[in-house]
Design a protein around this ligand. Sequence first.
Ligand code: F6P
Length: 358
Amino acid sequence: MKRIGILNSGGDCPGLNAVIHGVVGAADQLGWEVIGFRDGFEGLLPPGDYAVLKPKDTIGILKLGGTILGTTNKGHFAAKVGKGDIAEVPPEIVAKAKRTMDQLGISALVVVGGDGSLTTGLQLYREGWPIIGVPKTIDNDLSATAFTFGFDSAVSTVVDGLDRLHTTGESHKRVMILEVMGRHAGWIALWGGIAGGAHVILLPEIPFSLEKVAEFIKTRDAQGHHSTLVVVAEGAKMPDGEIVTSHANEGGEVRLGGIGEQVCASLEKMTGKESRACTLGHLQRGGAPTSLDRILGVRFGVMAAKLAEEGAFGRMVSYQSYHVDSVPIEEAVHQLRLVQPDGELVLAAKAVGICLGD
Ligand code: F6P
């Protein structure tokens, strides 16, 4: 029987289980058996950590957050180190993993991951592996796909958070700052901020001035709006150009976090208004996927199985204009889709009176 391998790599994301469900269901109908590797590429290392996945094994997983296979953004196959530097997987590790692939007779390997994991996938494809990519990131910042599953769930969590901060902020006439995920791109902050009624949105792509934000808050106050909701993306840069990190470099990508508190302290001082900061953090990555992310995940999984059947290796599933298709992985990696400072979405935010700090 032909066998497809599947693994999840990098940070988790709501909708990963929907992809597994899609791959397993479609592969079964195509007469393929699916092997799920645990903890990303690590599951390929001898003796191999994997399970055979039948349709009965995926019953009920659509609604679950996380991934039943486990994942990691560290380990022997991590492509990203430090501030976006790329590392190649050493040949001896590749050779060990390849032995597991051969022993199990895997003739297609579906790699569900973000930019880093797809970079590893591309390296392996160039070394002759039958790789199919499925894009995954709550940040929604891969240029070769208009949407990735997980993003909608993350935005929903931001909106829920803002709705809650709105009521307590109004009661106390405070400035409430919500720090959200978004390493390089501000999509979560922008979508979540607009949908959640934020008054100020600070993004990695748009340099901001704290003086302008403070003036905006004071003007609102003078107009009788005594509470202001501020959303700041974790990857936004302070006016001195620095990104704010919460931990020293631990060998993987730098851990972002803390800009919300810094913005809060500055705005409190500059406006004289009592302010509070709150960080949503991994609440945005956990929990059940929205229906949109479930559908996108299933469609991505089904397309991945179809690409395996066609032998279309080196391609990544992609969503464009309401249609799920595929693109070469090499066109998809290292090309981030960032918020355009003069794009329609930013202009729409400004048109409804939102301050971007510029
Ligand atoms: O890339 C997705 C992301 O959610 C970023 O927005 C965030 O900086 C990072 O993952 C957090 O990763 P970790 O789970 O390793 O802290």
